[in-house]
Write a protein that binds this ligand. Structure first.
Ligand code: HEM
Length: 495
């Protein structure tokens, strides 16, 4: 009977079998090519209208979508561009760290690189030989000079805070740009509070990165031909001039000084005098250092003051080093300061969505297919605010990194996401970490930080408000910065 059935129906069975195989293959291929979940979007424009604006804390929206779609990786498509956002540390580690070689590229960002002209900054260069040469030069030449100047600049900052504490935001900016410019190019900035062309250029460049550094902040990122229109806008012209100043003026000033024999040794002068120098690579590498590092460090120190304004710190245990300011060698004996710096970075990461990475070949993750060319946005904010890893993530609690005995807890990891991922992780981390240790422990040693009071002697209740963009920085706020005693003020040295 069975035999008869097959015999009789064999042509039909053949057709059914072919259709079944075709359907099965299609399902399989569909499964294989299935993207991670995310908002469904519209025909042609895709998720263009779903994307949260960069001015409105997009990291919080992506974190909420991750919960809504039940996936640590969410997917969006805008016109022809695919974007994934990584919201948990496991996915960040599996993809950006373990497979760093295929996740280290950067997307073309027409607004930042072409309209504003920041293509010279190696932080935005595609992964490849050009980027590698810049990064190698950075690793070889920038650390020594910076670390040598840090103690001097910490004292300058403390002195400025002592003489005009209300201008603390200006002093921090002056410190961060001034120390970086001196170490990199041997150039001195004007005293804090006086206009300075280099600080002005650095501020403008940073502002352009804040506003255009998140991929897709401007439509031109999806439609590159619009860069010609963007270039006509007044603000873009101003940014472009500042970018050109940062890329050329300090290098030109240094080369002139070296030729005249009247220069202060710096990373640039060392490089300038070396053999086989590619001047363009050297100039761009140092300009990248000058333009990017200062902003993240300045923002972190300002966030520290904001946090201190709201919290009382256990001062006596935190900065005991005798009758002097803390030095780098004290770090190992001051675990509370290390915990404090980790918590500042975790609580309010200054780069909440790390610079965009790009996938260079097709990949698979958790049963999902990821296409080459996909832009990969690491949501460091969500990673550092994961309640499974950090209980009560919104609260500021340095003690989460300590044991009951006040030592660094080896079971609680250093929040690495603060510094980015894989081969693109921040190359200035060591410089920034020592700068943060010296300034934060120095400020705590010398000053009491409390909420400001108004004319009626009432405490001005602190509000923690932040600007939004590639870099996160506190909105202007008031706080009181007073010396702890007369004796402690004498520890500040004028170099
Ligand atoms: C608190 C201070 C700092 C923080 C939190 C920070 C954080 C970051 C982050 C998150 C990235 C993106 C990493 C990625 O794409 O995955 C980055 C890149 C970068 N940072 Fe920092 N940074 C700081 C200070 C500095 C300093 C002081 C310098 C220079 C001396 C510097 C130079 C750079 C450069 C050149 C890149 C681009 C690297 C590349 O694309 O290869 N940063 N930083």
């Amino acid at each position: 009977m069975l035999f008869t059935f097959f015999k009789l129906t064999s042509p039909l069975a053949g057709v059914v079998a072919i259709l079944a195989v075709a359907l099965f293959t299609r399902i399989l291929r569909g499964y294989k090519h299935r993207s991670p979940p995310g908002p469904s979007g519209w025909p042609i424009v895709g998720n263009l209208f779903d994307l949260p604006p960069s001015t409105n804390e997009p990291w919080k929206v992506y974190q909420a979508w991750s919960v809504k779609y039940g996936s640590d990786v969410i997917h969006m498509k805008v016109l022809a561009t695919r974007i994934i956002v990584i919201n948990l540390v496991k996915a960040a580690s599996d993809l950006l760290t373990q497979k760093s070689a295929i996740y280290a590229d950067r997307p073309r960002m027409p607004m930042l690189q072409e309209a504003i002209g920041l293509g010279w900054h190696f932080g935005f260069m595609p992964y490849g030989d050009g980027w590698r040469q810049h990064r190698r030069l950075f690793a070889q030449h920038t650390g020594t000079f910076t670390i040598a100047k840090q103690l001097k600049w910490t004292n300058i900052l403390l002195e400025n805070l002592l003489s005009s504490p209300h201008n603390f935001i200006e002093h921090i900016q002056h410190f961060a740009t001034g120390s970086s410019l001196e170490a990199t190019f041997g150039i001195q900035v004007n005293p804090s509070g006086t206009p300075d062309p280099f600080i002005e250029a650095a501020k403008q460049v940073v502002q352009s990165m804040v506003e255009a550094g998140i991929f897709g902040s401007y439509l031109v990122d999806y439609l590159p031909f619009l860069k010609h229109v963007e270039r006509l806008k007044g603000q873009v012209k101003e940014w472009s001039i500042a970018s050109n100043v940062a890329a050329h003026v300090p290098w030109d000033a240094m080369t002139k000084a070296v030729q005249l024999g009247d220069f202060s040794p710096s990373a640039a002068s060392e490089l300038f005098e070396s053999d086989n120098l590619d001047q363009t690579i050297a100039r761009q590498t140092l300009a990248s250092m000058f333009a990017s590092g200062s902003a993240a460090t300045a923002s972190t120190i300002t966030i520290f003051l904001l946090a201190m304004r709201c919290k009382k710190l256990r001062k006596s245990r935190s900065t005991v080093v005798g009758d002097r300011l803390p030095e780098l060698s004290d770090e190992v004996n001051l675990p509370y300061i290390t915990a404090l710096i980790r918590e500042i970075g975790r609580w309010n990461p200054v780069v909440p969505l790390a610079f965009p990475h790009m996938l260079s070949t097709d990949d698979e993750y958790d049963g999902h297919h990821l296409k080459a060319g996909t832009i990969v946005v690491p949501n460091s904010w969500a990673i550092l605010h994961d309640p499974e890893v950090y209980s009560e993530p919104e609260s500021f609690n340095p003690s989460r990194f300590l044991t009951r005995h006040g030592l660094l807890n080896p079971l609680v990891n250093d929040p690495e996401a603060v510094w980015g991922y894989g081969r693109r992780a921040c190359p200035g981390r060591r410089i920034a970490a020592s700068e943060l240790f010296l300034t934060i422990s120095g400020i705590l040693k010398v000053f009491k930080i409390t909420p400001a009071v108004n004319n009626e002697s009432e405490v001005i209740q602190p509000k923690c408000e932040f600007g939004s963009g590639l870099l996160r920085y506190p909105k202007p706020f008031k706080c009181s910065i007073e010396p702890r005693s007369k004796e402690v003020v004498e520890l500040i040295q004028l170099f």
